[in-house]
Design a protein around this ligand. Structure first.
Ligand code: FAD
Ligand code: NDP
Ligand code: KYN
Length: 452
C-alpha cells in the first residue's frame, strides 16, 4: 500500500476502470470521470462490439483477481478460419490449449465499472473534462467548451480518456512534447450474423473468421448469445471501397460476388450496412506520457493503434501491470514511478503500433497465400521440436509477457531466416524433411536470435 492520495481518473473505458481498481488496492481514494452516461444504464453502441483478449490482458485482470470472473463471459478462439471461395481452411494460433478470447466490450466495461465501484472507486458520469492544469492536477469540467467550468483539484490525474484525449491535448502545448497522428485510408463497418433459431452459432464458434480479399477483408468474432459480430475493413475511396457501395443493390451484389458464403448468414446485410456508421482508424503516438508527479496518460490516450493485431486493449492493460510494478519498486516516489513507467512502455507501444499495422497485410492477403500457410506450418513444427530455439512471432505477441519490442526485433530476424527456407527449390514437397530442419538450425547458428 502507498501513502493515500486523492486521484482522478479521466475516462471510465476499459483501461480507466481497471486502473481505478489497481489504485484502490494501493489505498488511494479514486474518482473516475466520464463524459458519457453510465454504460450500465444504456444500450451500448460504441466502436467494436467485441474484442479479442490475450495473455497480456488476462495478466492485468488476474493481478487484481478478476480474471476468472471475466473468463466466464469469454469465448476461446484457438484458430483462424480462413474463408476462400466456398472453402474454409483453419490455421491454429498457437500450441494446443492456447487461444485468444472473444469478449463483448459492453459487458466487460460494465463488469469492470461494477468491480471498481465495489472496490470503492467513485464514478461521475456525464462529466466532460475540457482541460487540466498540469502543475496542480486541477480538472476543468463543464457542459460546453465555451460555457462555465467547475474546477476540481486532485493530488494526481490519470488521462485514460482514449485516442482523442483532452488530457493529452493540454500536454501537447508543452515544449518538447512530441505528437503524431495518422489516419488509415481504410475504414470499418460492423455487421451481424444472428444465431440459429435454437441459439447455436451459424459458423464454427471457436474460430476467428477471416475472409481475406487483398485490399479489403471481412472478419467475424463469436458472441455468447450465438451471434457473431462481423467487421468489414475496406478503403474509403476507389475500386472496392465504401464509396463504391452507395446503395442496397451495390452492397448485395458486392457481397454475393466477394463473400458468397456470408450471404445466407447475414440476413439484414443492406439494412445494417446503411444503419451502422463507417468508422475511422488512427495511429497516435506521443511522448512524454507524464508531467512531474501530477499527470500521466495511459491506454489509447498515449498510444492508439490500428486494431489488426487485437492488441490495443491488451497493451493498455499491460500499461497498468507495468505501472503497478513500478509502484511496487519505488514506493511513494511518484516522479520515479512515472519516469520508469513511460521509459519502459514507450518502445513497446511503438513496436505494437508497427506490428498492428503490418498485420493487416498478413490477415487480408497472406492468409490467402498457400506459401504463407506452409511457412506457418514449418515454423510450428520446428518450434514444437525446439521450443527454446524458436517461438513464432504471433505467439511472442499474443501468448507471452515478453516486451513487444523484443517480439518485433526477433520476428524480423526469423522472417529473414524463413525467407531463405521458403526459397528452397521444391519446398512444398520437402517442407517436412530433415533438410529443412537442418537449414533452419544452420541459419540460427550463423545468426542467433538472442533468446532470453
Ligand atoms: C474496431 C476496433 C477493434 C478493436 N479490437 C480490439 C481487440 O480485439 N483487442 C484489443 O485488445 N483491442 C482492440 N481494440 C482497441 C481497444 O478498443 C482500445 O485499445 C481500448 O478501448 C482502449 O481503452 P481506453 O480505456 O484507453 O480508451 P477508451 O475505450 O476509448 O475509453 C475512453 C473513455 O474516456 C471517456 N472520455 C473521453 N474523453 C473524455 C473527456 N474529455 N472527459 C471525460 N471522459 C472522456 C470516453 O467516454 C470513454 O469512456 C479495437 C479498437 C477498434 C477501433
Ligand atoms: N486506434 C483506433 O483506430 C481508434 C479509432 N477510433 C475511431 O475514432 C472515431 C471516434 O471514436 P470515439 O472517440 O470512440 O468515438 P465517440 O463517438 O465517442 O467520439 C467522437 C468525438 O465526438 C465527441 N463526443 C463524443 N461523445 C461526446 C460527449 N458525450 N460529449 C462531448 N463530446 C463528445 C468527442 O469530441 P471532443 O474531442 O470534443 O470531446 C470525440 O472526439 C471512431 O470512428 C472510432 O472507431 C477510436 C479510438 C481508437
Ligand atoms: N481483434 C481484431 C480486430 C480487428 C482486426 C483483427 C483482430 C485480431 O484479433 C486479429 C487476430 N489477432 C489475428 O491475427 O488473426
Amino acid at each position: 500500500m502507498q501513502k493515500p492520495l486523492d486521484i482522478a481518473v479521466v475516462g471510465s473505458g476499459l483501461v480507466g476502470s481497471l486502473l481505478a481498481i489497481y489504485l484502490r488496492r494501493q489505498g488511494h481514494s479514486v474518482h473516475v470521470y466520464d463524459r458519457s452516461p453510465d454504460i450500465r444504464t444504456i444500450t451500448f453502441s460504441g466502436r467494436s462490439i467485441n474484442l479479442a483478449m490475450s495473455h497480456r490482458g488476462w495478466k492485468a485482470l488476474d493481478g487484481v483477481g478478476i480474471g476468472d470472473e471475466v473468463r466466464k463471459i469469454a469465448i476461446a478462439m484457438d484458430k483462424r478460419a480462413i474463408h476462400i471461395g466456398n472453402e474454409v481452411k483453419f490455421q491454429q494460433y498457437g500450441k494446443d490449449g492456447e487461444a485468444i478470447y472473444s469478449i463483448s466490450r459492453g459487458v466487460l466495461n460494465r463488469k469492470m465499472i461494477d468491480l471498481a465501484e465495489a472496490a470503492g472507486a467513485i464514478f461521475h458520469f456525464e462529466q466532460k473534462i475540457w482541460d487540466v492544469t498540469l502543475a496542480d492536477a486541477t480538472l476543468h469540467i463543464g457542459e460546453t467548451e465555451r460555457g462555465e467550468w467547475t474546477d476540481i483539484k486532485h493530488d494526481m490525474v490519470f488521462g485514460a480518456d482514449g485516442a482523442f484525449s483532452r488530457i493529452r491535448h493540454r500536454m501537447q502545448r508543452q515544449s518538447m512534447f512530441n505528437y503524431s497522428q495518422e489516419f488509415l485510408e481504410i475504414g470499418y463497418k460492423e455487421l451481424n450474423i444472428p444465431p440459429n433459431p435454437d441459439g447455436s452459432h451459424k459458423l464454427d464458434k471457436n474460430s476467428f473468421h477471416i475472409w481475406p480479399r487483398g485490399q479489403y477483408m471481412l472478419i467475424a468474432l463469436p458472441n455468447l448469445d450465438g451471434s457473431f459480430t462481423c467487421t468489414l475493413f475496406m478503403p474509403f475511396e476507389g475500386e472496392n471501397s465504401f464509396a463504391s457501395l452507395p446503395d442496397r443493390q451495390s452492397v448485395e451484389a458486392f457481397f454475393e460476388k466477394n463473400f458468397p458464403d456470408s450471404i445466407d448468414v447475414i440476413p439484414k446485410l443492406a439494412e445494417d450496412f446503411f444503419k451502422n456508421p463507417t468508422s475511422t482508424l488512427v495511429t497516435m503516438k506521443c511522448f512524454p506520457w507524464t508531467f512531474a508527479d501530477k499527470v500521466a496518460l495511459i491506454g489509447d490516450a498515449c498510444h492508439a493503434i490500428v486494431p489488426f493485431y487485437g492488441q490495443g486493449m491488451n497493451a493498455g492493460f499491460e500499461d497498468i501491470t507495468v505501472l503497478n510494478e513500478c509502484i511496487e519498486t519505488h514506493g511513494d516516489d511518484w516522479v520515479k514511478i512515472f519516469s520508469e513507467y513511460e521509459k519502459s512502455r514507450k518502445p513497446n507501444a511503438d513496436a505494437i503500433a508497427e506490428l498492428s499495422y503490418r498485420n493487416f497485410m498478413e490477415m487480408s492477403s497472406s492468409t490467402a497465400d498457400e506459401k504463407f500457410l506452409l511457412q506457418k506450418k514449418i515454423e510450428k513444427k520446428f518450434s514444437a521440436k525446439y521450443p527454446e530455439k524458436w517461438q513464432p512471432l504471433y505467439s511472442r505477441v499474443t501468448f507471452s509477457h515478453r516486451p513487444y519490442a523484443e517480439a518485433l526485433a526477433i520476428g524480423d530476424k526469423q522472417n529473414e531466416i524463413m525467407a531463405e527456407v521458403m526459397a528452397m527449390p521444391d519446398i512444398f514437397e520437402k517442407w517436412d524433411s530433415d533438410a529443412v530442419e537442418e537449414m533452419i538450425l544452420d541459419l540460427l547458428r550463423k545468426s542467433p536470435l538472442d533468446h532470453s
